[in-house]
Design a protein around this ligand. Structure first.
Ligand SMILES: [Zn+2]
Length: 412
């Protein structure tokens, strides 16, 4: 209260069907064939040929639409990545503003403390002057009874004024510092608010993009017959990826052996690639999501990971693939020796590049739902001796060094 009164006083003082109809030619049995009829048939044949050609063109166009769906999905994943980066940027800005605001507030409190002290000093001087009876310079000067007395009094007043002027100048500087800090605090708070508003709008945008991306994959699955070629292409892509990964792991192991580096290809010894232990789909046959048809599931799906969980290297090794595919989205393959690889798919972002050596537990990327995926999960694949193996330690013959302690979806 007292401090505030002093300060106030100080201020007073200082101023986002096609239908095809094939009309078959009506071939009426004729007893006598005339040239005109032949010509008519020829015409019809020509017409059929033209229709067929046109049909093929439309089918090609349809295939093009399917490819466009995948293209659209890829573009959406790209957008999602960009939006994610914008979100991380806004979050970093907010953190920075928070730090700046805390710092400015501390500096402001310090300046206010110094101002109070300085003002107190000023008041002491005024009190001392009161005691000496020199409370008013003017009254001191007016009391002069002669010119000599006036000069003597002016000298005494100048001395007091110089000392007081320093106290007053310091006080003025402190008050200017406080005014500036308060203004910069207001600016920082306003900028933090706009970064927060940006974050909210970007998160909403990200959510819409994710829903749109998932809707596209669901569209492919719901229109399974129409999109069969797309589904086949995705499955083929997965097989090509496996073949390429095995080729690379073999090549890498040969290079490493040539360089005299030890090549580890001992089975097992894996750690969980995410913190979640919730298995939504095991390796082998399963119904495809949406209950339409079935696919031979090539990996182990780990759910309850959201879009922000870290994905760890299940075993130490060298990154041999880090890229985007229509089936796996953003995915990474690590080689642990010839024919021994681990694959991590549907990442929202990848954190490693080809050629990089990773220790067991190192972060490879962040979970997501990119590629052929209808929700965030980690699709994890393990190959040993060039074939896919089930990394889960379950069944009658538990294997040492494989994944344990999980919960299967539906069992809990
Ligand atoms: Zn999967």
């Amino acid at each position: 209260m007292k401090k505030r009164t002093f300060r106030r006083l100080g201020r007073v003082l200082l101023a986002l069907t096609m239908a095809v109809c094939l009309t078959a030619a009506e071939l009426t049995p004729a007893l006598a064939v005339t040239q005109a009829e032949i010509d008519k048939l020829k015409n019809e044949a020509s017409e059929l040929k033209s229709q067929k050609k046109n049909l093929q063109k439309q089918l090609d166009g349809l295939a093009g639409d399917k490819a466009a769906v995948l293209d659209r999905r890829k573009k959406l994943d790209d957008q999602i990545e960009t939006t994610g980066a914008q979100i991380r940027n806004a979050e970093a800005q907010i953190t920075a503003y928070e730090g700046l605001i805390a710092q400015t507030e501390a500096e402001l409190a310090d300046a206010e403390q110094r101002e109070a002290e300085q003002y107190e000093l000023f008041c002491k001087r005024v009190r001392a002057m009161e005691k000496r009876g020199t409370v008013s310079y003017w009254s001191v000067l007016f009391k002069a009874d002669s010119f000599t007395d006036l000069l003597t009094r002016m000298d005494a007043v100048n001395e007091v004024m110089d000392a007081d002027q320093k106290v007053i100048d310091d006080l003025k500087a402190l008050q200017e510092e406080i005014t500036q800090k308060k203004a910069s605090l207001e600016t920082s708070k306003a900028e933090e608010e706009s970064a927060k508003a940006e974050l909210v709008s970007k998160k909403k945008e990200l959510d819409q993009q994710r829903q749109e991306a998932i809707a596209l994959v669901k569209e492919i699955e719901a229109n399974e017959k129409e999109y069969q070629s797309t589904i086949n292409a995705l499955a083929q892509e997965e097989e090509n990826i496996l073949a390429e990964a095995l080729r690379l792991s073999k090549k890498l192991a040969e290079e490493q052996a040539a360089q005299g580096k030890p090549v580890h290809s001992n089975p097992g010894g894996y750690i969980w690639p995410v913190d979640s232990r919730y298995i939504t789909s095991t390796m082998g046959g399963r119904s495809s999501p949406g209950g339409v048809g079935s696919t031979n599931h090539k990996g182990t799906d780990i759910g309850r990971v959201g879009y922000t969980s870290k994905i760890y290297a299940a075993k130490a090794g060298t990154v041999i693939v880090s890229q985007y595919s229509n089936s796996y989205g953003h995915y990474v393959v690590v080689s642990h020796g010839a024919g021994n690889t681990t694959l991590y798919a549907h990442m929202s972002s990848r954190k490693v590049s080809v050629g990089q050596y990773v220790n067991q537990g190192d972060v490879l990327g962040i979970t997501g739902s990119t590629g052929h995926s209808t929700g965030p999960h980690l699709h994890f694949e393990v190959t040993e001796n060039g074939v896919r193996v089930n990394p889960l330690n379950h069944g009658a013959n538990p294997k040492k060094g494989y994944l344990t302690g999980y919960t299967l979806s539906g069992s809990a």
